[in-house]
Design a protein around this ligand. Structure first.
Ligand code: 6PG
Length: 470
């Protein structure tokens, strides 16, 4: 039994078990450990074909692994990761490797990497995306940390990952906690894409008056074009599921209050710290939080009603809505990638946006045909200042902006909340504004606080005596 297995998984819940099964399918000798005997039993049942077995004893598990050991953690993010590390590290040898594959906060990953490197253990933070299905048949993976240590798991990760045109959806992301950072931003984009789809649903239902069957057909039609994406597919399919209890559609009996585990909020928090705006992602985080105020919303909907007008040309509005959705999708990626670029400079992550968009094309939750265009844009110009700077994206923007404006105007005049659509359009307009009104902000700051300003016609720092010059 000693030193027999190539990799060991700690945490045999849905993600850990399925990833292990995926590794076994690919011919790797792997094993697992879980405190919960039921998880071990489930692993044995599902992994019968490969005679996959796990351990109930952490010591036996550790001793069964090849040297240097490759141990992957798939346990809930937070304190549990620290307690598992504390338990396992005394059993390890120098040079062994721990890969945390949960959705850990990147600052926790940095701290753990430093703590463990003092003990001679390589600690790796790796984001995995794709849910249960992805883990089982091919996820997208974002590993970051020590490059030499990465090479020890590279063949396993490449084999189990999703593939697009033969390319594995995994690449070495960069040093430090870059893997978890990139996964966090992936999730920020995910939140935004989910919210724009919810806004499109709202408009189809409440402006066009579509029923669930019509909404399904519209999403299906859109998914056959440039909007094709995993999240749109999932969204489309929701609209054909019936509720066994009521016989009606399941979507209609689900409470309109969204929960979250925090990765979207973390993305927004970092963007504020780095002063790199991602307003559409921020709005998607706020939209989930605002949804929680149900009692207040019900009361205010009665106290402050709004008259809705009918859209005359349904077909034209539907076409424009597809354009608005595509625009907001481009913008969600653009903001996430812009944040990654800034974080890379700030944290010395050496991120390669071409490779990141490449590995997001398959396996992950935000996979979409649009990512092929984004990948091509960064391939053409690795130092692209912003996704909007790419010529082929610009050509697409020119085509979809007029329709997007009409969707935003219609939603606003109907009193329908479209935080992501509206913020995406305002973000776009802010970025293409040559002369912003923020000269006034600087004047105000100097007026009341002597904070100084710069001039357009002369170098230097200036202060005016605003009261005297009145
Ligand atoms: C993925 C998902 C996954 C998880 C989200 C859910 O890439 O596979 O992002 O990590 O489904 O973290 O996040 P919320 O519970 O915050 O919506």
């Amino acid at each position: 039994m000693k030193n027999k297995y190539t990799l060991g998984m700690i945490g045999l819940g849905t993600m850990g078990r399925n990833l292990l099964l995926n590794m076994a399918d690919n011919g790797f000798q792997v094993t697992g450990y879980d405190k919960d005997a039921r998880m071990l039993q489930k692993l044995e049942e599902d992994g019968k074909a490969h005679n996959l077995k796990g351990f109930e004893s952490l010591t036996d598990f550790v001793q069964s692994l090849e040297l240097p050991r490759r141990i992957m953690l798939l346990v809930p993010a937070g304190a549990i990761v620290d307690s598992v590390i504390q338990e396992v590290v005394p059993l390890l040898d120098k040079g062994d490797m721990i890969i945390d594959s949960g959705n850990s906060h990147y600052t926790d990953t940095s701290r753990r990497a430093i703590e463990l490197s003092d003990k001679g253990i390589h600690f790796f933070g790796m984001g995995i995306s794709g849910g249960e299905e992805g883990a089982r048949f091919g996820p997208s993976m974002m590993p970051g940390g020590d490059k030499t240590a990465y090479n020890a798991v590279k063949p396993i990760l490449e084999a189990v990952s999703a593939k697009v045109n033969g390319d594995p959806c995994v690449t070495y992301i960069g040093p430090g906690a870059s893997g978890h950072f990139v996964k966090m931003v992936h999730n920020g984009i995910e939140y935004s894409m989910m919210q724009i789809l919810a806004e499109a649903y709202d408009l189809l239902k409440n402006v066009l008056g579509y029923n669930n069957g019509q909404i399904f057909s519209t999403f299906e039609k859109w998914n056959n074009g440039r909007l094709k994406s995993f999240l749109l597919e999932v969204t489309r399919d929701i609209f054909k599921v019936k509720d066994p209890k009521t016989g009606g559609y399941l979507i209609d009996v689900i409470k309109d209050q969204a929960k979250s585990k925090g990765t979207g909020k973390w993305t927004s928090q970092v963007s504020m710290d780095l002063q790199l705006p991602i307003p559409t992602i921020n709005e998607s985080v706020s939209a989930r939080d605002l949804s929680k105020f149900k009692t207040l919303r019900v009361a205010l909907s009665k106290a402050l009603p709004h008259q809705q007008t009918k859209v005359e040309d349904t077909a034209a509005f539907e076409v424009q809505l597809e354009q608005a959705l595509y625009f907001a999708m481009i913008t969600s990626y653009a903001q996430g990638l812009h944040l990654l670029e800034q974080a890379s400079a700030e944290f010395k992550y050496e991120l390669n946006l071409k490779e990141i968009s490449q590995i997001w094309r398959g396996g992950c939750i935000i996979r979409a045909v649009l990512l092929e265009d984004i990948y091509q844009a960064y391939k053409k110009q690795p130092e692209l200042p912003h996704l909007y700077s790419d010529e082929s994206i610009q050509n697409q923007l020119k085509e979809i902006i007029p329709g997007t404006r009409n969707v935003v105007i219609t939603a606003l005049s109907n009193g329908i909340a479209i935080p992501c659509f509206a913020s995406a359009l305002t973000y776009y307009d802010s970025l293409r504004t040559e002369n912003s009104p923020l000269n006034l902000t600087q004047a105000q700051r100097d007026f009341f606080g002597a904070h100084t300003f710069e001039r357009i016609d002369e170098e230097g720092i200036f202060h005016a005596n605003w009261n005297e010059n009145n």
